[in-house]
Design a protein around this ligand. Sequence first.
Ligand code: NAD
Ligand code: LMR
Length: 331
Amino acid sequence: MKEVNVLVTGAAGQIGYALLTRLASGETFGEDTLVNLNLVEVPQVVSRLEGSKMELEDCGFNTLGKVKNFSDINEASGDIDWALLVGSIPRGITINGKKIEERADLLKINGGIFTEQGKAIGENAKKDAKILVVGNPANTNALIGSTHGNNSSQTWMAMTALDANRAKAQVAKKCDVSISDIKKMTIWGNHSPTMYPDLDNAEINNKSVSSLINNSAWIENDFLQNVQQRGKAIIDARGASSATSAANAAIDTVKATLTETPEKDWFSAAIMSDGSYNVPEGLIFGFPLRSNSNGEVSIVKNLPISDYAQEKIDITTKELLEEKNDIGDLL
Ligand code: NAD
Ligand code: LMR
């Protein structure tokens, strides 16, 4: 059997719980691959991972390899192929009497986690390791991590697949089609209320979704609002942030990266800007992406961008530049 070494931080949290079985079951890396899991938690709760380990064993997956628990990221990151960086504080909770309302408010609390983790991964993980940051604010945390990783052969991504899945769900309802009929969904920019889900370049049966819907008021007032505010709607309804759908989106991102992207499709994640679409270099920005047969990820170039879309992309770019400015001391 082949083997893959996967690091998961925050493994005892809500998303971690939903994620581990799907990583180990064969669904993500294939039935021919043993999945070794390095699970990381803060020292206060690392002992809970013993329970996760027992449950994983009890699932009886043929593809489960070694499961090891850590509270030290340097020990955990040795020789890993994939890092899923989930460990961080979610919004919606109250700290020192103040409720954390926006993901960006988490920057000062969570940002510091990614300096040490980035350095450890840059030094210890495999040279072609892929890193998916889920912990919020995901784009800027990934920027901190990749800066401290300082290893250009590794690929840092921040998760926007959940937003793309949310956008597809809204379109499927509106157009009365299956999710799998919707291709080429892009989330431009930040995983935040400024993200821009692009229906001009998304397609159903090779036709632009915005032209099929032909209702700009619905796109502006219903669709965009629903996708941009979905995380908050879930926190309000559930009393905790999305977990099963977040874990699902992380699995989708890993799978999309592992397989060659079909010609008539692409996937969404945030990666380091190379200046494409005039997005400043040095931001982790949501783009349309393709993966090749070696698992190398690249930005889909030369898509048409309307004036309306450019306005939205400028707003989310500005927010990411502000976040970058705010964490100057962590870079
Ligand atoms: P949670 O509180 O249930 O779990 C987080 C876990 O991380 C906890 O067990 C905590 O002990 C652990 N942790 C904290 N600091 C750590 C560190 N330095 N190293 C290792 N582990 C650490 O939260 P959750 O619901 O699992 O959410 C986790 C993060 O994911 C939050 O920041 C949340 O906002 C974010 N999130 C992102 C998306 C997305 O689409 N990008 C979606 C949902 C949630
Ligand atoms: C989400 O989009 O569900 C997560 O980022 C959690 C949040 O804070 O909204």
